[in-house]
Design a protein around this ligand. Structure first.
Ligand code: GAR
Length: 190
């Protein structure tokens, strides 16, 4: 398999829309970025993000079979010499066995200021608790959900006028900004 000197062979895992995938692809095309996106894998064959990746001439794989997802993915990661996996709106929890077998770093983006609001419905919970800030975090993936070391996070103010939709929109904007930065920061400090 072809190697790209100076850039890490990267796979992105998605489940849906893929706007973070899009921001990572755009970043990867810059000369000074540290990643080359070789492969996009989804547990949802109809994920919108797969179409964008395919138009960008990146190999895409939709793996529907729940029980086989991890084994099939591991084979692909090996086949394409992948050094780094970025989860971007990937809504399936990876097992400890998968993390151990891959043995290279896996990063995730989560729409909250971790360690606050692990899991789902982060914006709803932040608004309900009358938090002053919400945000997004990029962290290393470990066996414990949303609990690995945080690499980068950024906050946004929650206004009185915000609802879940407006907050999601604001946070998504900063997600697109910080995921590429976090990936490069992580790789620089390896
Ligand atoms: C993003 O907000 C991401 O942070 C979140 O899903 C959305 C995916 O959007 N991820 C999680 O909640 C992971 N637990 P995208 O498909 O447009 O990138």
């Amino acid at each position: 398999m072809e190697q790209y000197p100076g850039k890490k062979n990267t796979a992105v895992f998605i489940s849906g829309r893929g706007s973070n995938l899009k921001s990572l692809i755009k970043h990867s095309k810059k000369k000074n970025s540290l990643i080359k996106i070789i492969l996009v894998i989804s547990n949802n064959e109809d994920a919108e993000g797969l179409k964008y990746a395919s138009r960008s001439k990146i190999k895409i794989y939709g793996i529907k079979n729940k029980s086989n997802f991890e084994n099939k993915s591991l084979k692909l990661l090996k086949k394409y010499n992948i050094d780094l996996v970025c989860l971007a709106g990937f809504m399936k929890i990876l097992s400890g066995n998968f993390i151990k077998k891959f043995s290279k770093p896996i990063l995730n983006i989560h729409p909250s200021l971790l360690p606050k609001y692990k899991g789902l419905n982060t914006h709803e919970r932040a608004i309900k608790n009358k938090d002053r800030f919400a945000g997004a975090s990029i962290h290393k993936v470990t066996e414990k959900l949303d609990s690995g070391k945080v690499i980068l996070q950024k906050k946004v103010k929650i206004l009185k006028s915000d609802d879940v939709r407006s907050l999601e929109k604001k946070v998504l904007k900063i997600e697109h900004e910080i995921y590429p930065k976090a990936v490069d920061k992580f790789l620089t400090n390896l």
